[in-house]
Design a protein. Structure first.
Length: 150
């Protein structure tokens, strides 16, 4: 299994990170609780049940489908949802390819962990990782302001 940043965090740090991401998802949907989210077809929580959502924090595991669906349906960048970066953020010395690689490693780690717990079939992991990586390459952008020292 891959040795990645997310996988090396202790459980409390993982829970905190997942919680922060889910808080930003709730914020863009304008709700106080995840189960209050309703899509255009009237599906609550984008089709996820309460026990699944609790598991995201208790295990902790990153709900990639939920996050990507939120980004697409609410037209919000993954930079904001995953990293709390928005176009008003001032970033210096950021290399998008390094950030993309970090995100890809976190995704891969979470998918492999989900396979370990029997949540998804391990044979699907490489295909899912490839699909997400391709999607992220097109969606993950960073708008950085020039350094003031330049």
């Amino acid at each position: 299994m891959a040795d990645t940043y997310f996988k090396n965090l202790d459980d409390d740090s993982k829970k905190k990170y997942v919680s922060q991401v889910l808080e930003r998802c709730k914020q863009v949907w304008g709700v106080d609780e995840l189960h209050e989210i309703e899509d255009e077809n009237g599906r609550r929580a984008l089709g996820h049940n309460a026990s699944t959502m609790k598991m995201w924090l208790s295990r902790p595991s990153m709900p990639w489908d939920f996050i990507l669906t939120t980004a697409i349906k609410k037209n919000v960048s993954l930079d904001y949802l995953l990293l709390n970066i928005n176009e008003n953020s001032s970033l210096e010395d950021v290399r998008p390819e390094e950030l993309l690689e970090t995100v890809n490693k976190v995704v891969a780690s979470s998918l492999e962990e989900s396979a370990d717990y029997g949540i998804i079939d391990p044979t699907f992991v490489p295909t899912i990782i490839k699909k997400i990586k391709t999607s992220l390459e097109g969606a993950l952008t960073i708008k950085a302001k020039p350094s003031k020292s330049a």
